[in-house]
Design a protein around this ligand. Structure first.
Ligand code: WT7
Length: 658
């Protein structure tokens, strides 16, 4: 998406509410001029057992260490700290089941639950530094498990419930986890997903896991392996327990979150305790300006970084009341979100462009029956928000009075990087632009050779200086950490995204610059999908890319070469899809599978994915001087043309006009 003249027209947000923008620029300038002083002050947003010796240790770049020798515990900060004040009986979470059930958990109640589980984990022999996998749906036990791990210093790795057994076992193996916390099943769109079965399958190809803890949610039949599997509710029956929070070094790992990269192997992004906490709490405050009595709804899944940072840690650190909604936003009807906002009087809503576009599709009637006037600030995350979705969100949901906080960030950054700061001074908004950097962020847009591009020119988004929320390393792979992110631009952080900075200094994030797809705001590696495809005995070769999609941002398109002797019919396509669903998970299933006899390759035999994509989407294929077999290009064309004839789809007219 490129900003057109019309998109750039500033909106009259003055009529919304207005804080002088000078405050924002002043704070941002100070944060870069004197980071020591700035973070010395802002690190006090959390409580430390021991204050740091040095704000930032840059002695071993890119392994920056924030708040060196500081000691902290995040479970203490999220819970114990809040029950000592007026928030003791305040709701930490209002949990809403997909079936309409409701559970209100206060800060005090949450601490009780966390203590019970923390104690059970300790009794199972889980110690500081041990890794545990959390594979849970959107139920209260999800934040409880994260906080219990944080309390005893175990490093948790949350695996999103939409991942399949192959993806799960890969994460278990890479992290060397000793324990898995899961549920019998989860509710999604009125159906049950049987999570424990996926765990059982994953554990067949892992050896580190000693125990699993199973939450009963759906009453689905499960097989419990004697001595290995335990019911959550039986384990925590211990009554009143208190577990002393472990004093963690600021730079001890808090969690590992796997995300896709440009190779087949997911990257284990490791986040810290101290810097991460300081970052998520401050960024939520700056960007959304939450008030004590607000109800905050971050509608992401807790299994993604958005959920980690802005359903669990930041809102609890700030003592807010959060909505935790279990199910699908279109179940039982497309007004589920609006109904929840109306019923619970939500003030701050944070969701994704995909969700907005999905709901937009159903028309305005669904929003009209609900009172959305409690909303004050709206947020967006996951991908660039296209201007028409922005406008719909602004007018129909926000009633033209709520600023849209378009937050650009990544798993690696821990929290917001580019975003309007409603708490510091709201700039006139431009639909599709995240506006300006968060305090502490020093971004620049560079060309291939590391030269800064001119205003309005597209380039690579780079952050020049370290910031407290940055990840510590990649689990088990510090070299990949260094080479993927810090080698290209002279030690600066390379995010892998394209961006433009316009004449007014606004940042526009334009999407991935590497072979990573963004499907409904989920980051998926093309090579992971290709690897899963070619591991099928029928498939010889595969090329995967993203086709722009008006609702989901991108959808997955796969071109495959089937081995001799196998059919290339619909049944084969379905079989392949099922296999991907079972191994990687439903989000990875290609929307289109095309069978060809050859794929475009270089003379050295490398598949030219870029050429397949360009041909399939009717774009210019770029440099094809190294192409070995030009006949394969016609095959790709034919396959797409046949497909669009048979399915009535747009075929090679790939680009989606805004
Ligand atoms: C990638 C990060 C950040 C939490 C959810 C995704 C894209 C994210 C925006 C935005 C434009 C965005 C980028 C980024 N992205 N937010 N507001 N505007 N692009 O986390 O899975 O680590 O993906 O999502 O391409 O690199 P993630």
């Amino acid at each position: 998406m490129k900003p057109s003249q019309e998109d750039k027209a500033a909106l009259p947000v003055d009529e919304v509410y207005h804080t002088a923008l000078e405050t924002y620029f002043d704070v941002h300038r100070k944060s870069l001029e004197n980071p020591e002083e700035f973070w010395n002050e802002h690190a006090n947003i959390v409580e430390w057992y021991r204050k740091w010796d040095t704000v930032l240790d840059s002695s071993n770049p890119p392994f920056y260490r924030w708040f060196k020798n500081g000691r902290i515990n995040l479970s203490y900060n999220c819970l114990d700290r809040n029950i000592k004040n007026h928030r003791r009986n305040k709701a930490a979470y209002i949990w809403i089941g997909e079936d309409g059930s409701e559970k209100i958990v206060t800060y005090h109640g949450l601490l009780k639950r966390v203590n019970s589980l923390a104690s059970a984990l300790k009794n199972l022999g889980i110690k500081k530094g041990d890794r545990i996998i959390i594979y849970l749906p959107m139920i209260i036990e999800a934040p409880v498990a994260m906080l219990a791990a944080a309390r005893i210093g175990a490093t948790f790795s949350f695996v999103f419930g939409g991942y399949g057994a192959g993806a799960l076992s890969e994460r278990i193996n890479d992290s060397g986890a000793k324990l898995v916390i899961t549920a019998d099943g989860s509710y999604r769109g009125g159906k049950i997903v049987e999570l424990k079965k996926v765990v059982d399958e994953a554990l067949q190809s892992t050896s580190s896991v000693e125990n699993t803890i199973v939450v009963k949610r759906t009453d689905s039949p499960v097989e419990m392996v004697e001595g290995r599997d335990m019911w959550y509710h039986e384990l925590i029956r211990g009554g009143n327990v208190f577990v002393e929070p472990e004093s963690m070094d600021s730079n001890d790992p808090l969690f590992i979150l796997y995300t896709s990269g440009t190779t087949g192997k997911p990257k284990g992004v490791v986040h810290s305790n101290g810097g991460y906490a300081v970052w998520v709490a401050n960024t939520l405050k700056w960007a959304f300006d939450p008030k004590e009595d607000d109800r905050w709804w971050c509608a992401a899944d807790i299994g993604w970084v958005t959920g980690h940072s802005y359903i669990v840690f930041a809102p609890l650190l700030l003592g807010l009341t959060s909505i935790l909604y279990e199910g699908s936003i279109v179940y039982p009807a497309p007004d589920r979100m609006w109904e929840i906002i109306d019923h619970y009087g939500i003030n701050l809503l944070y969701t994704s462009p995909t969700a907005i576009r999905t709901l937009m599709k159903y028309g305005d009637a669904y929003t009209k029956n609900h009172d959305l006037s409690s909303l004050r600030v709206l947020g967006s995350v996951g991908e660039p928000i296209n201007p028409s979705a922005w406008q719909w969100y602004y007018r129909n949901i926000g009633g033209g009075k709520c600023p849209i906080i378009d937050t650009y960030w990544q798993t690696e950054t821990g929290g917001f990087v580019i975003s309007p700061s409603a708490g510091l001074g709201l700039p006139p908004l431009k639909p599709g632009s995240g506006t300006f950097p968060m305090p502490g962020i020093d971004p620049v847009i560079l060309d291939r050779n590391g030269k800064e591009v001119k205003p309005g020119e597209k380039g690579y988004f780079v952050i020049r200086k370290p910031w407290p929320g940055m990840f510590l390393t990649l689990h088990n792979d510090p070299e990949r950490f260094r080479s993927t992110y810090f080698e290209k631009y002279n030690g600066g952080y390379y995010a892998g995204d394209y961006a433009i900075r316009d004449e007014d200094g606004y940042f526009w994030l334009l999407g991935r610059a590497d072979e990573v797809l963004n499907v409904s705001g989920h980051r998926l590696g093309t090579i992971e999908i290709e690897n899963a495809l070619v591991s099928s005995s029928e498939i010889a070769e595969a090329a995967v890319f993203g086709r722009p999609d008006p609702v989901r941002g991108e959808v997955i398109v796969a071109f495959v070469v089937i081995k001799d002797g196998f059919s290339t019919d619909q049944e084969m396509g379905n079989r392949i899809k099922k296999r991907i669903r079972d191994s990687l998970g439903p989000i990875y299933v290609p929307q289109e599978i095309h069978f060809v006899r050859n794929l475009p390759k270089t003379r050295s035999g490398k598949i030219m994915r870029r050429v397949v994509k360009a041909v399939a989407l009717n774009q210019l294929p770029g440099d094809i001087s190294t192409l070995e077999n030009s006949v394969s290009v016609d095959e790709v064309k034919d396959a797409i043309d046949t497909f669009s004839r048979e399915t009535g789809t747009e075929g090679r007219k790939g680009a989606v006009p805004e």
